[in-house]
Design a protein around this ligand. Structure first.
Ligand code: FE2
Length: 318
């Protein structure tokens, strides 16, 4: 069992056939800072890290890599050794790859679902302050990582031992209805990774957390100017308490744009089954079938009838 080498989600690399659409979307709506990189690559900043979201022009859409941050060289070594002992190949990053990722050192492997996972330490800091693409307070990152990634997988039970026992992700909670989803933490962020079971493998959504509540509301206004841009209405999650909405990106995955996620104490946390589904209110998901939409709505109304509510986490000025 891991001693918790993974700190959080450090970066995500995406390949896309719509790189030009991404630039205006990521800066003008999300508020990221564009950071042109080598030819064919486009990086985006969310904070003082040199890059968080990396895009590569391609003929198709998908995720190239998930970058998980570890504490230091020792943590990288022990995690890599454990993965290898379990029979999975781990490849050290070449100097060229380290330079492209802007990390001191790293290694990568492929998970049983075919996702490329990179582990790294020493992410480069930018030499200029973060300059958001639209006026926002900024993003809540630091030791919490850049947010969370939620992956669609065909069979959660097949992946649980890999992520939990081998990589050391700790179960936060899970829900079985209206869909099966498992949530995992690496530190105080309630989840940095979640798995949703369905037959459309790939990244379901990437959550980025805003420092200011009004930043989310203003993005909600902006997103509604474009037909089809809002994929789930404003709502609040029952487990991480995030108030958020879901945005359709120029690629196939969604961005959850949130505020007010709770902090948990990983040392005392007890995993449980969510009894009222994933949302306390809102989050009407346009990608669900009519039947599942109906069930999700019924569960939210039951949560409301039971008086379910959660405290707010508010930072000064946010
Ligand atoms: Fe999420």
């Amino acid at each position: 069992m891991s001693d918790g080498e993974i700190i959080g989600l450090g970066y995500v690399g995406v390949r896309t056939a719509a790189l030009d659409d991404w630039r205006g979307f990521a800066t003008g709506l999300l508020g990221l800072q564009a950071q042109p990189l080598a030819s064919g690559l486009l990086g985006f900043r969310m904070d003082d890290a040199a890059q968080r979201l990396m895009l590569r022009a391609a003929d198709d859409d998908g995720v190239d890599q998930y970058g998980w941050e570890v504490r230091d060289a020792e943590a990288l070594q022990s995690l890599a050794a454990r993965i290898e002992r379990d029979g999975h190949e781990v490849i050290a990053m070449s100097p060229a790859l380290r330079a492209e990722r802007q990390v001191r050192d790293g290694a990568w492997t492929i998970d049983p679902a075919g996702n490329r996972l990179e582990f790294f330490h020493g992410q480069a800091r930018a030499d200029t302050p973060f300059a958001p693409g639209r006026p926002i307070l900024g993003f809540r990152t630091g030791s919490l990582g850049m947010g969370h990634a939620v992956l669609n997988v065909g069979d959660i039970d097949r992946l649980l031992p890999y992520y939990r026992n081998l990589l050391g992700f700790r179960l936060s909670d899970y829900t079985l209805r209206p869909f099966k989803a498992y949530f995992f933490h690496t530190g105080p962020r309630h989840h940095s990774l979640a798995l949703i079971e369905n037959d459309r493998p790939g990244l379901h959504h990437l959550m980025i957390e805003l420092s200011g509540f009004d930043d989310v509301g203003q993005a909600y206004d902006l997103a509604q100017l474009e037909p089809g841009r809002v994929a789930a209405t404003l709502g609040r999650h029952s487990n991480d308490h995030m108030t958020s909405f879901y945005i359709r990106t120029p690629s196939r995955f969604l961005i959850e744009y949130g505020w007010g996620g709770r902090d948990i104490d990983p040392n005392s946390w007890q995993a449980c089954e969510l009894q009222h589904g994933p949302s306390l209110w809102g989050h009407d998901r346009d990608w669900l079938s009519d039947e599942l939409k109906h069930e999700a709505r019924r569960m939210r109304l039951a949560a409301a009838a039971a008086g379910e509510r959660a405290p707010l986490r508010v930072s000064p000025g946010a």
